[in-house]
Design a protein around this ligand. Sequence first.
Ligand code: ADP
Ligand code: MG
Length: 723
Amino acid sequence: MNWEPDEFDVTRHDETFSIYEEPLPRERPKFATPLLSDGLTYLKGVGPARAELLTNIGLNRVSDLLFYFPRDYVDLTDRRKMEDLSEGHLQTILGRIDTTERKSTRRGSMLRMGMICEEGGYVEAVWFNQMYLVEQMGHGRRLLLTGKPRLDQNRWVFTHPKVTYLEENDNPNAALDPIIPIYSLTKGIQQHHFRKIFRESLSIYVPLLDEIFSPDFRAQNELLPIHEAVPFIHFPPDFETLEKAKRRFIFQEFFILQAALAIRRLQHQTMLSAPPLPVSQKIDTRIRRLFPFTLTEAQEKVIREITADMSEPVPMNRLLQGDVGSGKTVVAVYAMLLAVANDYQAVFMAPTEVLARQHLRTLTQMLEESRVKIAPLFGGQKPAERSKVLAEIESGEAKMIVGTQAIVVNDLTFDKLGLVVIDEQHKFGVRQRAKLKSIGKTDPHFLVMTATPIPRSLTMTLFGDLDVSVMNQLPPGRQKITTYLADENQREKWWDFVRKKLTEGRQCYVVVPLVEESDVFDVRSLTQVYESLANGPLEAFSLAVLHGRMSNEEKEHVMMKFRTGETQVLVSTSVIEVGVDVPNASLMTIENAERFGLAQLHQLRGRIGRGKHPGFCTVFSDPNHPDALSRLQAFAKTTDGFQLAETDFELRGPGELLGTQQHGLPPFRIADLKRDREILQQTRTAATEFVRNDPGLAQEEHKKIRRQILSRYGKVLDLGDVG
Ligand code: ADP
Ligand code: MG
C-alpha cells in the first residue's frame, strides 16, 4: 500500500452526513463566529488555491470536510529501534533518507531506499513499480517507515512499507498519533495537508455538529455521540475506539435506509387500498382440484401467507424466494385463481417470452375445463389480435393476463385488477417496482417471485420494503443432481455417458456462453459446438440450436420440439437460464463455465433434475481462469441455492449484486453490506420499532432523523412528505 497514490483515488463524496444545502456564503470576516457552512478558506492552512483543489473531491464547506473519512489507517503503535526489530510483525521505525536508487528487475522497476535510523542503525526499503515515490524522497528527509521487515543478509529490509514524512521539528514520540489516517487524495494535496487541516479544525467545528440521535437511542444502540465519533474517526487513539467511531456512522447509514424502508412499508399499508380477496373452503377446494399433485409443506406455508395478505384491504407486497424447481408457479397460480374466484383480474409477467409462454401453457392446461379466459400479451402480436386482447382486458372478459414485462410499458386499462405476479424478478430493486404498482385503477396485490436466492443482507436492502416468504423445499421424488468439474480429456467419457442416457430416453442441454447483448453477435461458437456434436459424438441423435437472436416464433418452435422429446439435445445459450421446465431433460453440459456467475450457473443447472430422473451436470471450463475455480468448486459442492447465494456474496461481495443502476439506491458511503451484516440486522430491528412508535417522525427529537431520511431517500423511495 502506498501513501501518495499516483492515480488519484477519489472517493465520491455525497451529502449523506452533510447538513447544509444552501449555497456557499460569500466571504465573511475571518473573526466571525465559525459555522459548519463556512468555506474551506476559513480554515488555517487552506488558502484559495488549496480550497480550489479540494473542490475537486467535492469538499466545499467545513461540514463536507468533517465527513470526509479516511480510507485507511496506519498503525504506528509498535515503534522500535533497529536492534529490537523482529521479522513478520508490523513495526515502525524512525530515520532519515540516506540514498535512493532505481533499478530494472524482473518484477518491474524497483526503488530502493537506504535509511539511517535515528536511534542507531541502518535499514532498507524497497518498492516495485512505484517510481513516483522517489520525488518526495529528498536526501536527509525525516520519516517513519511502517511495515513487516525481514532480515536479508544481515540487513533489515522493508518491502512496500508505508511512509509517514515528518517535519523537522515534529517530536515523533509526542506529536504523532499512534494511528495515522490515510485519506483519498487529489492532485496537489498530500496526506500531511489533510492531517494538518483536521488538527486545526476539529476542535473548532466539531462542537457545532448536530446530533441526530437522542441520548436514549444512543445508549440503547451503543452509539458514540457525533461529537466523539467525528474526531475519533480522523484521529483514533486506538483501534477499538476507531471501530466504535466507524460503527456509529455505519449504523447511521443503515438506519436511515431501514427507517426509510419501514416508512415506505407503512405508507403502503396506510395509504393504498386493495380489494380484499378472501379465500373460502369452497374456493380452496376448487383451486386445488386443478393441481395434478399434492402441494409441499413449503408451498402450503407460502399459500397461507399469501391468502392472509390478499384477504386484507391493503395491497399484498410480498417477495417469494424459492429455490429453482421448488414449485413457485403453482403458488402463483393459486393466488391468481383466488383473485379470479373473487371476480378480479390477475396479471402474470415473466422476463422472457419463452418463460411467459410456458406459464401460458401451464395455465391453459390447468384451466382447460373451466371458463376462465386467459389473455396472452406478447411483443409480436398482430395489431388486430392485440386490440382484441386489449379490449377483453378492458371489458373484464379476460380474467388472466399472461405475458412478458413489456406489458408494463403499455398502459393497459383493466376492468378490475386484483393481483400482479412477477416471475423471476431478482434483478429488480425497490425502485422499478414503484412503477409497476400504478397499473390499473385500483391498487392490486403484488407478488414478486425470484428463483435466485439472495443473501439476507441484500434482501433486507433491495427488497427491504417487502414481506418475504421463503420456499426452501423441493417437491417430493426429486432426484439428486450430480455435478462434475471435468477437464478436456474427460469429454469422451462424458459423451459416452450422455449417449447412454439419451438412448434410455432422457434429454440433454448443452449450454454455451455468448455475449448476446454485443453488437457483433457471434453465433459461430454456438454453431460450431452444434456441428461438432451433430457430426461427432451425438451423431445418432436429434439436435437443435436455441439462442436469443432467434425470432420468438423460432424459439417457441424449438422449445416445443424439445418439450415433446422430438429434439433430444438442445444446444443453447443461456436463454434457457430462466424458468424453463422440461422434466425429462436430465443432462446438462456447460461449456466455458468460467464465464458464468454462480447464481447463473445455479439457474442453469436448475433446468435439470426436475422430474423423476437423477440429474447430471458436467462443467467444462478454461483452465486459464483459475480465479473461477473457487466458484466452480462451490457450485459442484452443493445444489442448495440459499447456500450458494451466501457463498457468492462471500466471493464477490455486494458490488456486482448491488449494481446501483439495477436497484436505484444511492451507494453507501461507509457501510458495507458484506462486512457489516450484523449492524444491518440491528438497524432493521431498531428502525422498524422506531417508525412504529412514531410513524410520521413528528416528535421534536425525531425531526433531524426525518430530515436526513427525506434528503437521502425521499425521492428514490417515493416517500412523499412523511407524516
Ligand atoms: P420454479 O420454482 O423453479 O419456478 P416450477 O414452478 O417450474 O419451479 O416447478 C418445477 C416443477 O415441479 C414443475 O414441473 C412442477 O409441475 C413441479 N411441481 C411443483 N410443485 C409440485 C409438487 N407439490 N409436487 C410435485 N411436483 C411439483
Ligand atoms: Mg419458475
